[in-house]
Design a protein. Structure first.
Length: 470
């Protein structure tokens, strides 16, 4: 329940960020990203009507420098035991940004040993709640201070628009850390009245060494949602980053140690699922696993955790959420909201409104206006001002989305607009809309995780209501 409440609070925060600019003066933005009218907020870029065009110019060079590329174990940045590295790639171009240490089972074990020692012998679980809170608050201040560099690194490694990273996601990470800092001294026990001469008392204690595996679509926010509550409660952590996006987590973790986090409390292993991820899930000295990612991988995590020491598991997996438009809706507003619900973050959201159900009486109007909105969507270099949609994360996801688009065409859905790659460089895909989508189609049943909107027609028969709730 606490996790759900946190997610709802964060969602509410995102909505407020989209609807109003903060009162405080924001940090400076690189000149290439400033709007002509001086505005910084994300909302103008979302609601103005743009023309779809990949940036023809050479990609903008990020001002931030890549810092840490090694594993973080016991408070120090170190090479992988094997000496191996792997490339992290700029999705705008497909070119290598940096080579990052490739952790495997041996490195996971080193990290778990450090986390176990920090939990059993170190100061973190034994600190007062106030002391833990102060470190998290200092961490939030440092993130805020380095907002622009963190956002630039996130955009460079992930491909999301800089305006989204700088004005929504990094400030939300700051807010999350302050939120969790506030919880450290508010986790109370309970005395339960009981019949007879009994004293029934409930105590809350940290669980121990927590393994965490985060995805590539929201690296910073997923870092915050995983690391923040675990630290607030006094746990120690071994975190595996997504192999596509390791850089921002390493950057902010260095800031966390500058804020005063003791050695061994947070350890980061960059690497791949079958090696580092599997080793973490099956490790006998990890007390809990928290994973966000695909449903198929979640099943593997659950099985490995059960087969090892039956550790508790928290899973946040894929989705295929409905967005429902009734016949009395404001169609213009509904089109805009449905557009945002699907295309935000290049469509790479587990909670995307990926099934758009529209009442038959307004269906044709909705489809035509959705097409017009998609054609005006700005796709291009995410560092360029006004861009709404950057590239997909990598070549694998890029090709997967194109296969889904082909499947939609082959299965008889109507391709309203889009349907192909955009430009000759990088992993850009045209904003794509299908109409006349039927329930049995692959694009209706499976999570695409890309800028592909499927629009269904419905009436209010019981069978249609059941389909919408599937």
């Amino acid at each position: 329940m606490a996790a759900a409440a946190t997610r709802r609070a964060a969602s509410s925060l995102a909505s407020r960020c989209l609807l109003a600019r903060p009162a405080a003066s924001p940090a400076a933005v690189p000149s290439a990203l400033r709007r002509a009218d001086g505005a910084r907020g994300l909302l103008p870029g979302l609601l103005q009507r743009f023309g779809t065009a990949a940036a023809a110019e050479e990609p903008i060079s990020p001002s931030v420098q890549v810092g840490e590329t090694q594993l973080l174990i016991n408070g120090k940045f170190v090479d992988a035991a094997s000496g191996k590295t792997f490339p992290t790639v700029d999705p705008r171009t497909g070119e290598v940004i940096a080579r990052v240490a490739e952790g495997d089972a041996e490195d996971v074990d080193r990290a778990v040993v450090a986390a176990r020692k920090a939990f059993d012998e170190g100061p973190w679980p034994r600190m007062t709640a106030y002391e833990r809170s102060r470190i998290l608050l200092r961490f939030a201040d440092l993130i805020e201070k380095h907002n622009d560099d963190i956002a630039a690194l996130e955009t460079w490694d992930n491909g999301k628009p800089y305006e989204q990273a700088a004005h929504i996601e990094v400030p939300m990470l700051v807010r999350l850390m302050r939120y969790y800092a506030g919880w450290t001294d508010k986790i109370h026990g309970l005395i339960v009245p009981a019949d007879g001469p009994h004293h029934v008392q409930v105590l809350h204690e940290p669980i121990g060494v927590v393994g965490q595996i985060i995805p590539w679509n929201f690296p910073l926010l997923m870092y915050g949602w995983k690391v923040g509550p675990a630290l607030a409660c006094g746990n120690t952590i071994v975190l595996k980053t997504a192999e596509q996006t390791p850089l921002s987590a390493l950057y902010v973790s260095k800031l966390l140690h500058e804020a005063g986090l003791p050695e061994g409390v947070l350890n980061i292993v960059s690497g791949f699922g079958p090696t580092a991820g599997a080793a973490l899930a099956s490790h006998m000295d990890v007390d809990k696993i928290a994973f966000t990612g695909s449903t198929d991988t979640g099943k593997v995590i659950l099985e490995l955790s059960a087969r090892s020491n039956l550790k508790p598991v928290t899973l946040e997996l894929g989705g295929k959420s409905p967005f429902i438009v009734m016949d009395d809706a404001d169609i213009d507003q509904a089109v805009e909201l449905a557009h945002f619900a699907l295309f935000f973050n290049q469509g790479q959201c587990c909670c995307a409104g990926s099934r758009t159900f529209v009442h038959e009486r307004v269906y044709d109007e909705f489809v035509e206006k959705s097409k017009a909105r998609a054609l005006k969507r700005v796709v291009g270099d995410p560092f360029r001002k006004g861009v709404e949609q950057g590239p997909q994360i990598d070549d694998e996801q890029f090709k997967k989305i194109l296969r889904y688009i082909k499947s939609g065409v082959d299965s008889g859905a109507t391709l309203v607009t889009g349907g192909d790659k955009l430009g000759d460089k990088g992993y850009y895909i045209q904003p794509t809309i299908f109409s006349d989508v039927q329930d049995g189609m692959k694009i209706a049943q499976e999570e695409i995780f890309g800028p592909v909107q499927s629009i269904f027609k419905f009436n209010e028969t019981p069978e249609n209501v059941k389909t919408r709730d599937n």
